[in-house]
Design a binder for this molecule. Sequence first.
Ligand code: NAD
Length: 298
Amino acid sequence: MTRYALIGLGNMGGGMAAVLAQAGHQVQAFDLSPKALERAAGSGASPSGSAVEAVRGTEVVLTMLPAGTHVRDVYQQAVLPHADPKALLIDCSTIDVDTARDLARQAHSAGFAAADAPVSGGVAAAAAGTLTFMVGCPEQDFSRVKTALSPMARTVAWAGEPGAGQAAKICNNMLLGVSMIGVCEALALAERLELDPERFFEIASASSGQCWSLTAYCPWPGPVATAPSNRAYEGGFAVSMMLKDLKLAQGAAATVGVSTPLGSQAEALYALFDRLGYGEKDFSSLLQLLRGRLDQLA
Ligand code: NAD
C-alpha cells in the first residue's frame, strides 16, 4: 500500500483516484470543485480540505490539473512547502515544457525527486488504469516513477530528462492533429470524386496513406467500429483538448525557433472549429466541417 496525494479530480484525475483506491492504495484527494471531491470520495479516495492537507504525509504527490499556471500555483503554495521531503512529485497534467522544467528545477533544489509524466489514452484509459505515461526525469529516478505510476498504466515510457515527457506529448499530438486533418481531407475529396469512402478506407489502409488516424480512428463512420465517428463523435478526444496541445506545440516551436508550418495550420483550423462551437466534439469530427456537413454534428 502506498500513500498517494492526488490534486485535480476532473475527467482524468477522478478516474486515476478510483483506480488507485481500487488497487488498495491510500489516496488523499483534493479538488477546488466540491462535486469532484464528492465523486472521488464515492470511489474510495479520502477527501482533503485543501491541497496542503492532501500532500501531508504522502509518499507520492500526483497533480492532474488543466494547465501550467494551475500546476505552478499548487506546487508553490502546497506541494513544495508542505510535502514530505522524501515524497516523489509527479505532475501528470499536459503543460508547457518551460514550466515543467522550471518546476523540476525548483523541486530538485528543495530536495525532492520529481517528474513530468503527461498521459495519452483519455478518460476511458484513466478509468480503466490503462494510460500511457511519457516521463521526463533523471534516469536514475525512473524506476521509482514507474513503480508509482504502474497501477494506473498500460505503459510507462522514459522520454528523457525533466521536460522531455511534455515534449514527447506535444510532438506526438501535433503529429496526430496534422495526420487527422490529412485523413479528413482525403475522405472528403474521395466522396466528391464519387469514390466510395469505405472503399477508399480499404485501399488507403493497405497503401502508403495508411496511418493511425485512418485505420484505428477513422473519422468516417463505419469502417472502425470503436471510433468516435460511430458515436456521433462523442466521448473521444475533444477538439478543445487537441487545440490546447497544438497551442502548446506552437508555443514551444516559437521558443526554440523551429518552423512547424503544418502544426501552425492545424492549430488555426482547430481554433476555427472550436470557435464555431464544436469544442466538445471528438477531434475527428473535423471531417464534417471539410465535407460542408456540419448539420451531421447537430
Ligand atoms: P478537467 O478540467 O476535467 O479537470 C481538472 C480539475 O482540476 C478540475 O476538477 C478542477 O476543479 C481542478 N483544479 C483546477 N485548479 C485546481 C487547484 N488549484 N487545486 C485543485 N484542483 C484544481 O481536466 P481533465 O480532462 O481531467 O485534464 C487534466 C489534464 O490532463 C489536462 O492537463 C489535460 O490536458 C490532460 N489530458 C486530458 C485528457 C482528456 O482526454 N481529458 C487526455 C490526456 C491528457
